[in-house]
Unconditional design. Structure first.
Length: 271
């Protein structure tokens, strides 16, 4: 039976993700411009990232004023309830800036430091993915309604379709490109979608066999990691570690461990 608190957190996360997704989809100005940069001149923030985060954090504060909040665009509140929200209001900002469809709103809720709820809304796909710890992973869309997610049966590694992403710091990107060059002959192929949250949900939905990336933050992966795990995928970082800025890896059982070992051998976690 689902914890009533977790059910309430899920309902609030789904509502916040829906509203933010509609704002981003329907409110995108034709002359959308970069509002700021982060790690480098090509790591951008738009006015819509900021507006979406304000919408989400405002809704959470109205319903649960004692909760903590960690948001990509600067929202940071300690809270006193033991619950903390980890929010990426627009994962895939460069895609969004260019009018590409692969972007998402990612909202996770932690209780006492453990992720218990995750929601990823991908408005241009018309899909929302969600999970509660111990309750499986689910996707909802207008055509099929709600369906349970399950990762793919594990293929041999040489038949695995794996996605990755690249950092916006030039030196890191160059190293990541070298790791990808070494991996490609050992896999079916590599994809580069541009949204960590969507990639993790695609592992959950059986659209990818694996995913890895270096340099991610908590808000990039908190919701998608839970969704992938609840769909039967394995997730982690370097061998024996949890996902971190050094490395995030997700994969169907049978792909995860050999992929993780290769990434360790290739030094995917450092320059």
């Amino acid at each position: 039976m689902t914890d009533p608190l977790h059910s309430d957190l899920l309902d609030l996360a789904r509502e916040a993700a829906r509203r933010a997704g509609e704002l981003l989809r329907d409110g995108r100005p034709a002359d959308l411009a970069v509002a700021a940069t982060k790690s480098s001149p090509i790591d951008v923030v738009t006015e819509m990232d900021i507006a979406a985060e304000k919408l989400i954090t405002g809704l959470i504060a109205d319903h649960r004023p004692d909760d903590g909040i960690l948001g990509e665009e600067g929202a940071a509140t300690e809270g006193t309830s033991g619950v903390r929200w980890v929010i990426d209001p627009l994962d895939g900002t460069v895609n969004y800036l260019y009018g590409l469809p692969t972007w998402a709103v990612s909202i996770a809720a932690e209780q006492d430091g453990e992720t218990v709820v995750g929601v990823v809304a991908a408005p241009m796909r018309g899909e929302t993915y969600h999970a509660v710890r111990g309750g499986g992973a689910w996707a909802t869309d207008a055509r099929d309604g709600e369906r349970r997610l399950a990762c793919r049966p594990a293929p041999p590694l040489e038949q695995a379709l794996v996605s990755t992403g690249f950092n916006y710091v030039t030196e890191v990107r160059a190293h990541q490109a070298e790791v990808a060059r070494r991996l490609i002959p050992l896999l079916r192929d590599i994809r580069r979608g541009g949204s960590a949250a969507v990639d993790l949900c695609d592992v959950a939905a059986g659209r990818l066999d694996g995913y890895y990336e270096r340099g991610l933050n908590a808000w990039d992966v908190a919701a998608g990691d839970l969704i992938a795990r609840e769909a039967g995928a394995l997730t982690g970082g370097r061998p024996g570690e949890r996902p971190s800025r050094d490395l995030t890896v997700a994969g169907t059982p049978g792909v995860f461990e050999p992929l993780q070992r290769l990434l360790e051998d290739f030094g995917a976690w450092h320059d």
